[in-house]
Design a protein. Structure first.
Length: 316
């Protein structure tokens, strides 16, 4: 494959492993990059020193391009950006904040910058900020989502019309057919979170992975809308949030219920009852736990096999 995403990031396939908290360490990033995609280290659960260690371990494991995801509202964002620049990471995906404050700084350091958006409005602002690409993430995705609740099938063509820069689609994509659908809507690459969270190299707990592989359609829900809309597995904690929201709990009350460290407790430590279990709707499509490199290869095979079927409908 060769298109603007591949050329921009220097990769063989336009497949990006999202930088997820408690899942996306150096092992996952290196495995995806070695297979020809783009692996991202998720810095949102790391201190600057820990991120530096992961960057160096990833560089030892692969000579292929890799990057770091930086949530711009993260409390360590300033130090994370400094670490990324000091370590000469070639690619940065920013999210959860305004890219205008960081894009020029990263460009001056030689980084390519992509920003995750949930609407065409934010996509245009990102293009104006000078980012090299945008990721249109629909609300099927796991973790934090946009308040617009626009699904990937609607969001991708809106963003495609709104900007001229390279576009990746994300949210609900876990297969080669999903990638083909995203391309048909105008994307030039895909970012997959859930599919790579449920691989052998993911640093999520085995308990969390097994639970996610057992999910059926409707096994996740969007909650915590007064704070930051977050897609969660339905468990005891999620039900407590839903009950609080149904009686009109304030943002302060929800914040107190959430507390600190729940994502780590659930995703990394495997507390399936009281942890915050973030995963996307695509989990219900998955039943295996393959190596990350095999995921990349399988997606490419499925894409190639499905591509000829686009012409079988004939004229409409």
């Amino acid at each position: 494959m060769e298109n603007r995403i591949c050329s921009l990031f220097g990769i063989r396939y336009p497949i990006v492993a999202g930088g997820m908290i408690w899942c996306s360490g150096w092992r996952l990033a290196a495995a995806v990059s070695e297979a020809g995609g783009l692996g991202l280290i998720g810095s949102g659960s790391m201190t600057p020193d820990l991120l530096r260690e992961h960057i160096r371990r990833c560089r030892e494991a692969t000579r292929k391009p890799f990057g770091v995801n930086v949530p711009l509202m993260y409390r360590y964002a300033d130090q994370i950006i400094e670490t990324v620049i000091e370590e000469r990471v070639p690619i940065v995906f920013t999210s959860a904040g305004d890219p205008k404050s960081r894009t020029a700084q990263l460009h001056e350091a030689g980084c390519k910058v992509a920003h995750v958006v949930s609407s065409s409005k934010f996509a245009r602002k990102s293009e104006e900020a000078g980012v090299d690409a945008v990721v249109a993430e629909g609300f099927e995705a796991g973790g934090h989502n946009g308040r617009e609740e626009t699904p990937t099938m609607v969001l991708t063509p809106h963003v495609r019309r709104a900007v001229r820069i390279p576009l990746l689609a994300a949210g609900g994509i876990a297969t080669g057919r999903g990638m083909l659908a995203a391309f048909a809507l105008g994307a030039e690459g895909v970012q997959l979170g859930t599919r790579f969270a449920l691989t052998r190299e993911s640093s999520a707990s085995e308990e969390f992975k097994r639970l996610c592989l057992s999910l059926e359609e409707g096994g996740t829900t969007l909650a915590l809308k007064k704070l930051a809309p977050t897609r969660l597995v339905r468990n005891d904690f999620c039900r407590a949030v839903e009950e609080a929201e149904s009686r009109g709990a304030t943002a302060e009350e929800l914040s107190a219920l959430l507390g600190r460290g729940r994502p780590k407790r659930g995703i990394f430590e495997g507390d399936l009852s009281e942890g915050e279990l973030e995963i996307g709707q695509a989990a219900s499509l998955l039943r295996d736990l393959p190596p990350a490199g095999e995921v990349v290869r399988q997606i490419v095979r499925e894409y190639d096999e499905a591509l000829p079927t686009l012409g079988r409908l004939g004229p409409l």
